[in-house]
Structures are given as C-alpha cells and as structure tokens.
Design a protein around this ligand. Structure first.
Ligand SMILES: Cc1ncc(COP(=O)(O)O)c(C=O)c1O
Length: 415
C-alpha cells in the first residue's frame, strides 16, 4: 500500500486530497458512433430497419440467447417480459427489496403485486430461501436481479421456479456480459431483460432488451412490443393487445457501436476490480461483496463496498462517504429499501394497485427486510463502473484514499 499520505490530514479537514484528476468519463465514444448515427440519419430509415434487426441478432448472440427483442427501456423490457410470462391482474411476483424501482414498478404497471424478499448480507442478491418462503398460490413469477453486475443464485432460483411452476425472469439491467457457470445471463431463466440507459455498461442513451430461449414466450413478447402484431403478419392485423415499445434505428446503431467496446471494457473492469479487491484486503473494516464461485463473469456495473462503522471509530457511513468524496473518489450510498418508497407506502397509488381487482390495495407498511434495511442505512458504499475503466494508479488511489481515512478514525468521526 502506498504510504505517501501517512501524515497528511484528511481533505475534509483542509488537507491535500489523494486525487484531484477526474476518473474516466462516461460515455466513451468517437467517430465510430458519430458515423453510425449519421448513417441512419442520412438513410432516412429511422425505425424498424436493418440496424434494429442487426442489433437484435448481435446482442442475442452475445447473450447466448436464442431470441432477442430490442425495446425502448429496461423498465419496458420488464413489463413486456412479465406480460409475456402471463402475469395478470392480482398475480404476485417476487422481487428483491434491494434494487432499482423498475423491478417492482413494472410488476404494478402490468397489474401484478410485487412481493418483496430480503437479500443475502454477503452478496446483496435475492435470498433463495426467502423466495421459497414467499411463494403462494397467487405467485406467477420471480424476478432475479443481478445487482451491481453479479448474477443471483440461478441454480437455486431455477429449481424453485420449476418446483412451484412459476416463471423466472432475470433482470440483467446491470449485468451485460455477466456469466453464471460459464453461461451468459439473461436466457438462463424463462426470460431476461437488459437496459441500455445512459449509466449502463452498454449505453444507447435509453433502450432495453428481452431475451428468451423459449419460442412461445418470445413470440408473445415480440407481439406485445410491436402493437400486438404477429411476426410476418399484416401491418394492420393485431392478434394481441400490445404497446409500441420499439427501439429506434439511431439507438440501435449507437448500441451496435458501443457493443464493439463492451468485451474490452468488461475485461478492464474485471482486472481493475480484482486489483482493488486485493489492495483493500489490507484495510480493516471495509471490503467488497462476496462473489459466488459459480460467477464466471461479474459485470461490475457497480463496485459495492461494505462499510463497518465499528472499524472506523464509530463514524457513520455518511461521514465516510463525505470524507472519501473529499479525497477525490466519487461514491454514493445507493438504494433505500424499495418497499419504503412512497410509491409503495400510503401515498401510492390510485392506479393500478388501488384497483378493486386486488381486493384492497396491498399494504406494505408491515414489510420489513432487515438485511436490506441495515445495508441501506449503514453499510453500502457504491463506486460506479467508470471508476474501474482507468489505470492501475487510478485504482491504487481509491485504495490509498480509503487507507488514509482508515488511519484517522478520530478525524473521520468529526467530518
Ligand atoms: C436493476 C434495474 N432494473 C431495471 C432498470 C430499468 O432500466 P431503464 O432505466 O432502462 O428503464 C434499471 C435501470 O436503472 C435497473 O438498474
């Protein structure tokens, strides 16, 4: 560990920050993306053209999935997957309590009832035992979220889904390229969804994707995303009720260009995450989440640290975040327990959860997921994926800033 900062006061107390340079920016692009978008513009074909078709083929192949559909966002991808899976008014869908709101709001938007299950304290991923305990006769599907880019326990979750005859949907919005026992995530479950929103490891500004190996589920999803049409059918022929959830040609062109960078960026994140993990192992009271041995690729959309206040003189996680940011390392606390959001508490919601079809609005006021509540309140520290795209010295400075803080718990406690 570098020791140049041994005697330096903390930056929050007026000392010199470990780092003043910016980390690699995001998005990363050049003339390739510019040409791709201009090509579409000049072609005059701005929807349902060869860019969308090529992106659907390329990204499905990348995900080792038989089928794939490009849609307008990760939220919409979840809605399409849930509808294709047959979720109807009043059906229960099990979701983790530690995730982005879209995992649960998409369930409500298609008329289902989100049922929140706590996460594992070592991985922050949905706890399979909790999933099994939450299954009722109204359960229609389970959404496994690969939070931060680490696959959830897909062995346990596929077994539970099969045993209870419910669908397993993978929310892989944060997990492009992630792999479980050598297979890319997405189509290991019945259906899988991705996001290409601007912060994601594959960025098209906005966008989403639905993958599946199941011909029938794919056909339903395809129809739902394209106004209820049938593949190869007439333009004004609508066997199903669907929405218009299509991706534009410009977004597909951008996503295709960005895909050329994805493998290399994934390798860089993997290498830098390993380096950071190694350097942090020398510091008491802070370290990364556990990575399951069966995870053969972690996408590292986030590098999540567990902060132990006791090892930092009783300082709060908020004091640590403020102090680390002052040392030049951007960081964040991340999610709040999802069921605590006003969207699911008393202030929500005229529709759809208030519909008589539910037999009374679901009451989330008594839901408690203790692990999620603890990690959201005191423990989680997020570093975003772009911090892992730099050099060895960028990574060393992250560890150096944390080590500097760890050496001065009294100063941290007054930050
Ligand atoms: C886990 C998870 N699910 C779903 C989504 C929704 O994706 P989008 O923002 O493209 O609608 C996100 C995006 O932040 C996410 O992180």
């Amino acid at each position: 560990m570098t020791t140049t900062t041994d005697s330096q006061p903390l930056a929050v107390a007026g000392g010199k920050p470990v780092r003043t340079a910016a980390f690699p920016g995001w998005p990363i692009f050049d003339a390739t993306e510019e040409d791709a978008i201009l090509g579409v513009l000049r072609s005059g074909k701005w929807f349902l053209g060869d860019r969308v078709a090529e992106f659907e083929r390329t990204f499905s192949d990348f995900c080792e999935a038989k089928h794939g559909i490009a849609v307008s966002s990760g939220t919409v991808a979840l809605q399409v997957a849930l509808e294709a899976a047959g979720v109807e008014l009043g059906d229960e869908v099990i979701v983790p309590s530690y995730t982005f709101i879209a995992t649960a709001s998409s369930v409500a938007l298609v008329g289902g009832i989100p049922v929140f299950v706590d996460v594992d304290p070592d991985t922050y991923l949905i706890d399979p035992a909790g999933v099994e305990a939450a299954i009722t006769e109204k359960t229609k599907a389970i959404i496994a979220v690969h939070i931060a880019g680490q696959p959830a326990d897909l062995d346990a979750l596929t077994a539970i889904a099969a045993k209870h005859d419910v669908r397993l949907i993978e929310d892989a919005a944060q997990a492009h390229a992630a792999a479980w026992k050598g297979r890319r995530v997405g189509a290991i479950g019945d259906l899988g969804t991705f996001s290409f929103q601007a912060s994601k490891n594959l960025n098209a500004g906005e966008g989403g994707f639905v993958v599946s190996d199941d011909d029938e589920l794919h056909l339903r999803a395809w129809s739902i995303h394209n106004c209820g049409r049938a593949p190869g059918g007439e333009w004004y022929e609508h066997p199903l009720v669907g929405g218009n959830y299509r991706l534009t040609e410009m977004q597909a062109a951008l996503a295709l260009s960005q895909m050329q960078r994805l493998e290399e960026q994934t390798k860089t994140r993997t290498r830098n995450a390993a380096l950071l993990t190694e350097q942090l192992s020398e510091i008491e009271g802070i370290g990364p989440l556990t990575v399951d041995d069966r995870v053969t690729c972690h996408a590292y959309h986030l590098y999540v640290l567990r902060f132990d206040s006791d090892a930092f003189g009783g300082a709060s996680r908020e004091q640590f975040l403020k102090t680390l940011a002052a040392e030049g390392i951007p960081c964040a606390a991340g999610y709040k327990p999802l069921y605590r959001e006003p969207a699911f508490q008393a202030r929500f919601s005229e529709f759809p959860l208030s519909s008589p079809a539910f037999g009374g609005r679901p009451d989330y006021s008594n839901v408690h997921c203790p692990v999620t509540e603890r990690i959201c309140a005191d423990e989680a520290v997020w570093l975003t994926q772009n911090l892992l795209l730099g050099s060895d010295s960028d990574i060393s400075q992250i560890a150096e800033a944390i080590a500097k803080i760890a050496r001065q718990p009294e100063a941290l406690a007054t930050a």
